[in-house]
Design a protein around this ligand. Structure first.
Ligand code: CO
Length: 470
């Protein structure tokens, strides 16, 4: 056993972010989370992932909560544990590329409100889209972790991953994460990948996967044996299915080995006891769909992340076309290939998924083309690992000349304009960032926030709250 392997495996707990994003559409409220923070803070986690990804959007849109306020409350509660967020490179937490000044300001405000580790990824693995965020995180003295969106396909060879990992090290990142959104990384492939990365880069390596295809715990075991430094797990009530392997199970697995975490299982049991009724409630209300809890081996075939599967289901439901589910799942890899074989992760997963739905429902491929599909084919999201299908590109964007530079180079600074647009609502510096990400949803939230202040009759406030399902 090598020297590197003889150390306790570190754990990032995901129950406050990815686990409930993957299983219950990110609907856990701050009120549900805060009472257990103190106990979670005593576990000894490497970090707690608690912000970013879809939490920002869902807080505003469905829970009528200020995501910045949630973050500050976490910071107050977690006195010993590092707080981690997920950041979509130049897309920040939104769905389009932003100007550099917005990216820099968002990083600055995330860190000043309590974030220690920023996990930054790009849906195309185009490192030019990570540059600004990584530099900003380093400047703010946060850990700048770059995540590789893991995927399968002809272009994604071991050499590809080694090459890109070396470039990340050169960029000044402080660690690397293999981000396996769909649970595609098989146990023995993990041995190969982690061994190769450990031989070629000196940064700590973290592995993030999902249980969707049923192999995740075994993948972690092999990755740990190969020297991975950190793994992402979720407390058992919100583990497995489309979420992560269970924290308690991984902790027990490594007990008495060189990788022993030293965590207290009794403390973990108390934390699990706290979350279990929240899980039961979600099952009763239908928020937690048993469909997302089992093994979906088709994910290996279609390479569709858990969150994307549930999005497709609801899109088809809206169109009364649930019987087209498997047709759409088969169209997904075809669209992906046409679009240069990108990894499927936000926002490329939504772009490919929505286009696949249109292609199937319209009865003719690319008869209806989303503005995002056109933007991808115009190079506006960055470079893909494989070329686009030229016929599809022509059908969708005509003779328009695609761009080849770093997309953000063409986006002029936007902060001042955004500040001007939302000035009447501004109560804190962070509000302009909220507005930048989700203009319409933000204004609705600002109006709601305003209305709450003038409310005197508690029964009216109560009715108002009920209008927003949690
Ligand atoms: Co994830």
């Amino acid at each position: 056993m090598s020297e590197i392997a003889k150390k306790p495996i570190k754990i990032t707990e995901t129950i406050l972010r990815d686990a409930h994003q993957s299983l219950i559409a990110t609907r856990m409220t701050t009120e549900q989370m805060l009472p257990i923070v103190d106990k979670m803070d005593q576990v000894g986690y490497h970090s707690v992932e608690c912000w970013g990804g879809a939490t920002f959007d869902a807080s505003l849109r469905f829970l009528k909560e200020d995501p910045w306020d949630r973050l500050r409350k976490f910071r107050d509660g977690f006195k010993n544990t590092k707080l981690q967020m997920l950041f979509r490179g130049q897309n920040i937490l939104g769905y389009r590329p932003y100007a550099d000044d917005v990216v820099e300001y968002f990083v600055q405000k995330s860190v000043s409100n309590g974030i220690d580790i920023i996990r930054i990824f790009d849906c195309l693995n185009d490192l030019r889209n990570l540059q600004t965020a990584v530099k900003a995180a380093v400047k703010e003295k946060a850990d700048a972790q770059v995540a590789l969106s893991y995927t399968l396909g002809d272009a994604y060879t071991l050499e590809y991953w080694i090459d890109i990992a070396k470039k990340i090290e050169e960029m000044g990142a402080t660690s690397i994460c293999i981000k396996d959104m769909a649970g595609l990384l098989l146990p023995y492939k993990a041995t190969e990948l982690i061994t190769a990365l450990k031989e070629n880069v000196s940064l700590p390596i973290q592995l993030h996967t999902h249980y969707t295809s049923g192999v995740a715990s075994m993948t972690y075991l092999k990755a740990v044996e190969a020297g991975v430094d950190v793994i992402d797990t979720a407390m058992s009530p919100f583990a497995l299915g489309t979420s992560q392997p269970a924290t308690e199970v991984m902790v027990e697995t490594f007990k008495g080995t060189p990788y022993d975490t030293g965590f207290d299982q009794n403390l973990l049991a108390e934390i699990a006891d706290y979350f279990r009724p929240i899980r039961d409630e979600a099952l009763d209300s239908g928020l937690l769909n048993p469909k997302n809890m089992g093994v979906n081996i088709k994910t290996l075939l279609y390479q569709v992340p858990g969150g994307m599967l549930s999005n497709l289901t609801s899109q088809l439901k809206e169109q009364h076309a649930e019987d087209k589910y498997y047709d759409v799942l088969e169209e997904v890899p075809r669209v992906r290939k046409d679009l240069g074989e990108p990894p499927l992760v936000t926002p490329s997963s939504q772009i490919v998924g929505t286009q696949a739905v249109f292609n199937v429902l319209m009865g003719e491929r690319y008869k209806m083309v989303t503005k995002e599909t056109k933007a991808v084919l115009s190079g506006e999201y960055g470079a893909t690992v494989k070329p686009f299908n030229p016929e599809v590109q022509k059908k969708c964007i005509g003779d328009k000349e695609p761009i080849t530079c770093r997309p953000a180079d063409l986006i002029p600074d936007e902060l001042d304009t955004l500040r001007g647009e939302m000035a009447q609502w501004s109560e804190q510096d962070e509000d302009v960032l909220t507005y930048a990400l989700f203009p319409q949803v933000a204004v609705d939230f600002f109006k709601y926030r305003e209305a709450q202040k003038t409310k005197v009759d508690p029964t009216v406030a109560d009715t108002e709250n009920k209008a927003y399902p949690v």
